[in-house]
Design a protein around this ligand. Sequence first.
Ligand code: SF4
Ligand code: SF4
Ligand code: SF4
Ligand code: FES
Length: 763
Amino acid sequence: MSTDFIKLTINNKEFEVPKGARLIDVCRDKGFDIPSFCYYADLALQASCRMCLVRIEKMPKLQTSCTIICTDGMVVTTQSEEIEKAQRGMTEFLLANHPLDCPVCDRGGECELQEMTFDWGGLEERFTEKKNYYPEKYLSPMVANDPQRCILCKRCTRVCDEWMGEEAIEAGGRGANTVIGTYMGWLDCSQCGNCIEVCPTGTLLDATYRHQARPWELAQTISTCTYCSDGCQMSLGARGGELMRIVARDRYVNGLNGEFLCVKGRFGHPFVNHEERIRTPLIRYKKGGKLIPATWDEAIRHVAQRLDAIADEHGRNAIGVVGTPRLTNEALYSLRKFSTDLVGTENYTTSDAFSLKPFFENLSAPLATHRDIRYAKTILLIGGEPEELQPLTGKQIRQAVRNGGAKLIIINSVPIRLLEQAAQFIHIRPGTEDAAILAFADKANDSLFAKKTGVDSSEIEAARELIANTAGDVVVMFGGELSAEAQAVAAQLGSALAGEGRRILLHPLPLFNNSFGAHDMGMMDGALNVTEMLDAAGSTIRAMYAAGSFLPSQLESREDPLGKLDFLVVQELFQTETTEFADVILPAASFAEIDGTYTNNDGFVQRVRQSIPPVYQARADWLITNELARELGMDFGFEMSASAVFREIGETIPMYHGLRYPVLKDESHPIQAKYKLAEPRDLSDELETIRMRVEAMADNGDKLTRTPKVGHELFKIGTLTDKVPQFHLLAAGNPRPQSVAISPLYQITVDARAGEKEAAASK
Ligand code: SF4
Ligand code: SF4
Ligand code: SF4
Ligand code: FES
């Protein structure tokens, strides 16, 4: 697509800029500073603060540059006495009702209003009238509010509406008494905290961190979120070895997610310095005995001896190696190398909910990045619930529709919240997602689709037509509901759906921060998958080396699989259902304590950077594997350097070829792994398997009609969020405390599982 350019002059310099560009963006891009409060790129225009004033030749008065689209021949001045006087006047007005007590405000030191006042303000207050006063309060366990500091820029209301689709926060009152508020004074929302992040003043504040540190005391480290597969960039603020808070990276540098983070990424970090972290290596010398603290040397020696003895007695394949998809690429690569090059077992895998192997083996189109999603023309979402499981993807879909006019087709058994944005909702029966893939692969399956899903076949025809009529990008996304065979067929839809002027991009929705890396590092290439591995525990698998825990559902659905093992060694941060059976527990370091990389669902390989020293005696997972290998007689040659592991990854994993840490330095320009496109191949075996499975499905059955509650996945208590008291309040239904003046943490004692029990009872 070619871009037309126009010419304009800014401060006597001529520039060529794309037609349709916004003046404020152009001025900033060309290095001319324009102050602003209400303007926020990619949000609806507000145009209320009047800070962004410029003089445009032939126009009678000063103009707000955020509302002006550049035209050919425009002559603009951004700095003059007249402009500065107007801007100083506006700042003075903004301060008319604002307290002048920055030293006691939690935003002091990183407040845009404070900064602007120093840059543009008169620094002298001429208003003598009494200021409005509103007491400080809590809006939720995560959001605190100091209403008198509001300058009514409405960034918060716009991100809440446009990014989150929530409209949980709104301006109320009139004139000089207008304040930002919530329905019934309490936020029953997804608690993302994005309103806090974008607020330019100390009005909306992080209730979990407030009054604990000043921003200038915090050492900032740019890293990658450890929760979902979206891989948001974030800034870890630490003081004296303690991780104090997390904000989006964009507050400092532009990143993948701008200023967006979800509730887990922003508030889910207190596990890092939690007192329940496993503090030392622990050895259980005999089954049923106690775990005894040991030194690292003793523990590594003990594990090596036991694994050696079991391999001697039962053969190498009797050793199973399992990693979690939460580990870094460096840790997963080391585990795979340990399994194949040292132990020589075929039995290695990860505890991921599903494998991406069938998808990548059939990849027929490029991966869609989050940016591609934002600017897509049509989005086909089969299964999944991104607003809860991959919230950045959810936000991009919402903005693609709301701010970009994209058409969204949702095929789901659940009326998920994104439905509000959908052009078409194909409401299928639970568990029939594979039938949709069958219909997309071949029209001949339309009647089977209709019979099993309870949807008229004209609906799938309409979806196909919408895609066929798209000029521009079509993004095909799918969740974990698809079977492995259906994933393979979905990956080949790239060739089936592409056409003249239409590009197909694919975007799977795995659940974990490094599900992609687990695939790329070869950890999904072993002979057994995780369920087969657990089923073989105690029979062909005699010992297991687990870096991380199994998912509770994987253990609950079978009878005591880990108890049947002769030997289990687990690397973990906390005691879990898996460590209960461990003969040796090795304390692993969290993402904040290590260097490494994760690969997100864009295929971007992104840095994880050490923010604090390891807590207690924790060690990086890759380092533990390295030391165990050395004890077993093989030196991987990585010494103490994660970058040496990554160098080897760059040399041996084809899609990471040539990558080194310095190449990944600038996440504003993230690097995508080079996934090879597969030649279209005959998928008749897979299609036959899917067809047989679909034919065996019932022809009747009720549909789910209830839209799930906000946070039903996000607020779920897992091993990590369990260590955040505020998450327990959210999981229990976010009850409004008696007084909003005091933190709900001090007022409400909840049964941590109450919310879950209630949800289970209502199913
Ligand atoms: S926390 Fe998120 S969802 Fe809640 S009001 Fe703020 S922006 Fe809206
Ligand atoms: S609360 Fe903050 S973001 Fe919202 S309108 Fe007030 S100053 Fe702007
Ligand atoms: S959307 Fe995913 S990656 Fe981003 S902050 Fe939330 S959990 Fe982390
Ligand atoms: S930034 Fe232009 S009016 Fe506020």
